[in-house]
Design a protein around this ligand. Structure first.
Ligand SMILES: C[S@@+](CC[C@H](N)C(=O)[O-])C[C@H]1O[C@@H](n2cnc3c(N)ncnc32)[C@H](O)[C@@H]1O
Length: 221
């Protein structure tokens, strides 16, 4: 088994565990997402990339967006399907990877990608996800991004040699890069920040996490 396969299995065990799925299913959407959606015209299809327990999918649906929700892990897909059933054909919940999105180019007017990018098992997968997001975002579309960065590192993380790759104590990998590298990667794909770029540290029960949160606009409106 390759290192990527082993890492992916460890990550799948974590994300599919009933405790993790229940924990994310119990969360409500963050007020900053609700406010962003309130200000965003409802046109085109939205993508909730890495939908977890479905809180952001629900926020998109309630705002009126026709929404595709994707998650790599079946436990999360099932949880999102369960909580969005009442929305019928307004929602399509599928298993799928951020680094290989099964959708044509320019499919989405709005992509919400909260807490997902840093879960890439290595830098290659991380870069592929950035390119895929840019590919499926329609010209002038909006990306709502929230990801961890390497600006502040939890002392419990172990650097794994390769670029930006860190291991949690249980061996689950994360890809953490400096915030300017994250923004540059998106800029190279034609996505630039709109409004305030938030760069802060959250003390989570698992340890400190540096967060980059911003909205990015695709070129060619
Ligand atoms: C921290 S949770 C965030 C869930 C949701 N976005 C939210 O804000 O509640 C990260 C989610 O990303 C999913 N995930 C991890 N790697 C992924 C990948 N490569 N492609 C798609 N989803 C992924 C996990 O299964 C998990 O549901």
């Amino acid at each position: 088994m390759t290192r990527t396969e082993t890492s992916s299995e460890l990550a799948a065990d974590y994300w599919n565990s009933p405790e993790t799925v229940a924990g994310f299913s119990a969360l409500d959407a963050q007020p900053y997402l609700i406010e962003l959606l309130r200000q965003t015209p409802v046109e085109g299809v939205a993508l909730d990339l890495g939908c977890g327990g479905g809180r952001n999918t629900l926020a998109l649906l309630r705002r009126g967006f026709t929404t595709v929700a994707l998650d790599l892990h079946s436990g999360m897909v099932e949880a999102t399907r369960a909580c969005t059933g009442e929305f019928g054909e307004q929602v399509d919940v599928r298993q799928g990877a951020a680094h290989a999105i099964d959708a044509p180019d320019a499919s989405f007017a709005l992509i919400v990608c909260y807490g997902v990018l840093h879960n890439a098992v290595d830098h290659a997968q991380w870069s592929a996800a950035v390119s895929e997001i840019a590919r499926v975002l329609r010209p002038g579309g909006l990306l709502a991004l929230n990801c961890f960065t390497s600006r502040v590192l939890d002392p419990r993380l172990r650097q794994d040699g390769a670029e930006g790759r860190y291991l949690l104590p249980d061996g689950v990998p994360m890809t953490l890069l400096p915030p300017d590298r994250v923004l540059r990667a998106f800029a190279d794909e034609g996505l630039t920040p709109e409004g305030t770029v938030h760069d802060y540290v959250r003390q989570l029960d698992v340890g400190p996490r540096a967060v980059l949160r911003c909205t990015l606009r695709g070129e060619g409106r």
